[in-house]
Design a protein around this ligand. Structure first.
Ligand code: NAD
Length: 376
C-alpha cells in the first residue's frame, strides 16, 4: 500500500480529499486482564525513560509511532529492526540511533543482550505479529504488537502463553483507548449517562488502492477489511457497552472477486449482548465509512469520523462534543511504558486482542455458514 492509500496516512487528506485521515485503535474495555503481568517492576533508566524498539519500519512506524516517540515522557525510540539497510541509515541519521541498537530480521534475537531496549513494538504485516512477539518475549522484552493482535485466536493464545512464561507484559496497539472522543463515548455508555445502551451502529472502511499490497494477501493479512479496520468497529461496540457479544450473524459482499480473491472486501454483521443491546456493523475495502453511533434509553451519542488520527467529530442529542486533538500513540506508548516501569496493569492487554480475534472468527464463520454463531 502506498502512503497515500491508507486512511491512516497523513497524506490522505491532502491527496485524496474524499478519504479523510483515519486510523485504528480503540477505546478502553472494561474487560479485566485474566493474566495480569506479575513480574517485578522494571527499574527506570537514569533519565527515567524506557527504550522502545520498533520492528518493521513501514507507514505506521514511520509516520505515526516514531514521531509520537519524540513526544513521550516515559519512553523513547531506542532501537529499530528492519530488513532494509537504507532505512536503517535514514533512521539512524534522523533519530540518532546507535549502530548497536539497529537489528535486522536475522539477528533480531540478539536484542536479548541489549539493555537499552525494554519494549519491542511489532509493526509488521498481521501474520508476522505472533512470531515476532513470541521471539521478543523469549528475548526477555516486554511486547506491544499492532492490531490485529494476530491472525487467529490460537496464535493470540500462544503469544499470551509466551509472554506469561517469560514474565513480560503484552499489549496491543489499540490507540483509541487514549483518545478523548472515544473515551467519552465509553464513559457515556458504561456509566449509563443516558441509560442503558439499546442499539449500536459502528463501521469502518475505506477504498483500498494498489492490488499488490500485503493487505490483500491472505497469507500476510489473515483477512481483509475485517482484520484491518473492522476490528475498530468491534472494539467500539465492546468499549461503548462494556459488554462482550454473545453471538453474531454476518454477511459478506464481494464486488471485485479478482482484487479480493483471498480476503474479504465488504462485510456486514450483527451482534447481541448480554444486556439485550443489539448492534449492526460494517467494514469495507470498497467504500469509506467511519462511524460510531450508540442509542440509549434517554439519548444518543455519535462520532463521525470516529477512529482517525485527528479531526474527530462528535455530538449527542444534547449538542456537540468538544475535545482537544491528542497524539494518542504517544499517550498509548507512555501508558504502557509506565505500566512496565511500575508493574501496574495496562489497558490494552493481550486478552483484549484475543477476544477480538474470537469475535472475528465467529463473524467469518457466521458469514460462511449463514447461521447465528455463538462467540467462543
Ligand atoms: P506497511 O506496509 O506500511 O509496513 C509494513 C512493514 O513490514 C514494512 O516496513 C515492510 O518492509 C515490513 N515487512 C517485513 N516483512 C514483510 C513482508 N513479508 N511483506 C510485507 N512487508 C514486510 O504497513 P503498515 O500500515 O505500517 O501496517 C503495519 C501494521 O500496523 C499492521 O499490522 C497494521 O494493521 C498496523 N497498523 C496500525 C495502525 C493503528 O492506527 N494502530 C495504523 C496503520 C497500521
Amino acid at each position: 500500500m502506498s502512503r497515500s492509500e491508507h486512511p491512516a496516512s497523513p497524506l490522505v487528506s491532502t491527496r485524496r480529499s474524499f478519504l479523510k485521515t483515519t486510523a485504528l485503535g480503540a477505546a478502553a474495555l472494561s474487560v479485566p486482564s485474566k493474566t495480569l503481568w506479575t513480574g517485578s517492576p522494571k527499574r527506570r533508566r537514569q533519565d527515567d525513560r524506557l527504550g522502545y524498539a520498533l520492528v518493521g519500519l513501514g507507514n505506521y512506524a514511520t509516520y505515526q509511532l516514531a514521531p509520537a516517540l519524540q513526544e513521550t515522557s516515559n519512553c523513547y525510540l531506542a532501537g529499530i529492526v528492519t530488513g532494509t539497510p537504507e532505512k536503517a541509515e535514514r533512521w539512524k541519521e534522523q533519530y540518532g540511533i546507535p549502530d548497536s541498537n539497529i537489528y535486522n530480521y536475522e539477528n533480531y534475537d540478539e536484542i536479548a543482550d541489549n539493555p537499552d531496549i525494554d519494549i519491542v513494538y511489532v509493526v509488521l504485516p498481521n501474520s508476522m505479529h505472533a512470531e515476532y512477539t513470541i521471539r521478543a518475549a523469549r528475548a526477555g522484552k516486554h511486547v506491544m504488537t499492532e492490531k490485529p493482535m494476530a491472525v487467529s485466536a490460537a496464535e493470540c493464545e500462544a503469544m499470551i502463553a509466551a509472554c506469561e512464561e517469560a514474565n513480560v507484559k503484552l499489549g496491543v496497539g489499540y490507540r483509541l483507548h487514549h483518545e478523548p472522543f472515544n473515551r467519552e463515548v465509553k464513559r457515556i455508555g458504561q456509566d449509563k449517562v443516558f441509560g442503558d445502551i439499546k442499539f449500536l451502529e459502528t463501521g469502518f472502511g475505506f477504498r483500498i488502492g494498489n492490488p499488490d499490497q500485503w493487505r490483500l494477501k491472505h497469507e500476510l493479512a489473515g483477512g481483509g477489511a475485517m482484520m484491518d479496520v473492522g476490528i475498530y468497529a468491534i472494539q467500539a461496540a465492546r468499549y461503548t457497552t462494556g459488554e462482550e457479544p454473545i453471538s453474531v450473524t454476518a454477511q459478506e459482499i464481494k464486488t471485485d472477486p479478482v482484487k479480493f480473491a483471498t480476503v474479504d472486501e465488504t462485510m456486514f454483521w450483527q451482534m447481541e449482548f448480554p444486556s439485550g443491546a443489539i448492534s449492526s456493523h460494517t467494514t469495507s475495502y470498497a467504500s469509506r465509512v467511519e462511524r460510531l453511533f450508540a442509542s440509549a434509553e434517554r439519548g444518543w451519542v455519535e462520532l463521525s469520523p470516529a477512529y482517525s488520527y485527528g479531526g474527530l467529530s462528535g455530538k449527542t442529542h444534547e449538542g456537540p462534543l468538544n475535545f482537544p486533538q491528542v497524539r494518542e500513540q504517544a499517550l498509548h506508548m507512555d501508558h504502557f511504558a509506565d505500566c512496565v516501569a511500575t508493574g501496574r496493569p495496562h489497558i490494552t492487554t493481550g486478552e483484549m486482542g484475543l477476544q477480538d480475534m474470537k469475535i472475528i472468527e465467529a463473524i467469518y464463520q457466521a458469514a460462511a455458514t449463514g447461521t447465528r454463531v455463538v462467540v467462543g
